[in-house]
Design a protein around this ligand. Structure first.
Ligand code: DGL
Length: 267
């Protein structure tokens, strides 16, 4: 059984890099639903439908552990997938998200006020606020939606993205930590840090690898079922040159393949 990773687009590659850095010996299949991005401005119904379709695909590819490496899909779809879909469809498969590990890290290193920047759908769900308050009920939290950032990143317009980061960063008041609550934002980590120099930037590319390693150590029954040939497969349903370039930078020599016909039924 392989480790499946799902995201709407480029951000998932950054998280996959973090997993492979920490655990290179496992077999990974990354699937990006690039035909439907950005997820952040979609309805909850569409996000759930797309995510379910991706789960079916990764399960059909023999993934026994799937990480939804998309905060938007985690916010909207993870609970339904864990509680309703998986028990009925593939009870042996484990599906995890990215919000809880991020919130655990943030709560451990923040003292006064945490900021969260994420897509519109993620902010609308208030999942970061709710999960942070479960750990630390008195925690002061400020959430800011950044609906224009993912489109700028996916369009390879990093000059515009940098300007947008400055604008969004200016909305935060007196935060000591900032959660980059979208897997695309680690690509702009330096911009966020420059805009908020005294703030501790919590970036999922720096924490998810260690969190997965820790999870597998604590769940030996899952770990022993995972194959370890160091094989990495990258699949998207709409491949463009910018995507290929970012993938080639992060994973030199490993091609990204386009797969078609797996999301037509969703949305
Ligand atoms: N990468 C996704 C996330 O972590 C969002 C990108 C999108 O809007 O499609 O939220």
């Amino acid at each position: 059984m392989k480790i499946g990773i799902f995201d709407s687009g480029l951000g998932g590659l950054v998280i996959t890099r973090s997993f492979i850095n920490a655990l290179p010996e496992y077999d990974y299949i990354y699937y990006g639903d690039t035909a439907h991005l950005p997820y952040g401005d979609k309805t909850s119904g569409s996000i759930l439908a797309y995510t379910l379709e991706a789960m079916r695909f990764l399960i059909s590819q023999n993934c026994g552990l799937i990480i939804i490496a998309c905060n938007t899909a985690t916010s909207i779809a993870l609970r339904y997938i864990q509680q309703r879909f998986i028990p009925a469809y593939a009870p042996d498969v484990k599906v995890l998200g990215v919000v809880i590990p991020t919130v655990e890290t943030a709560a451990a290193c923040s003292s006064s006020k945490i900021g969260v920047v994420a897509t519109a759908a993620t902010i609308r769900s208030h999942i970061f606020e709710q999960e942070l308050h479960k750990i630390s009920p008195a925690m002061n939290i400020q959430e800011v939606a950044a609906p224009l950032l993912v489109p700028a990143i996916e369009n390879n317009d990093f000059a515009r993205a940098a300007q947008l980061v400055e604008n969004y960063a200016a909305e935060f008041q007196k935060i000591d930590s900032l959660i980059l609550g979208c897997t695309h934002y680690p690509l702009l980590k330096d911009c966020f840090q420059a805009a908020l120099p005294s703030v501790n930037i919590i970036s999922q590319d720096e924490l998810m690898g260690a969190k997965l390693a820790d999870y597998l150590k604590r769940h030996v029954e899952i770990d022993i079922a995972l194959s370890r040939n160091g094989e990495y497969l990258f699949l998207v349903n709409n491949l463009n040159r910018h995507y290929q370039h970012v993938a080639a930078t992060l994973f030199p020599g490993i091609p990204v393949r386009e797969v078609t016909g797996i999301t037509e039924r969703a949305g």
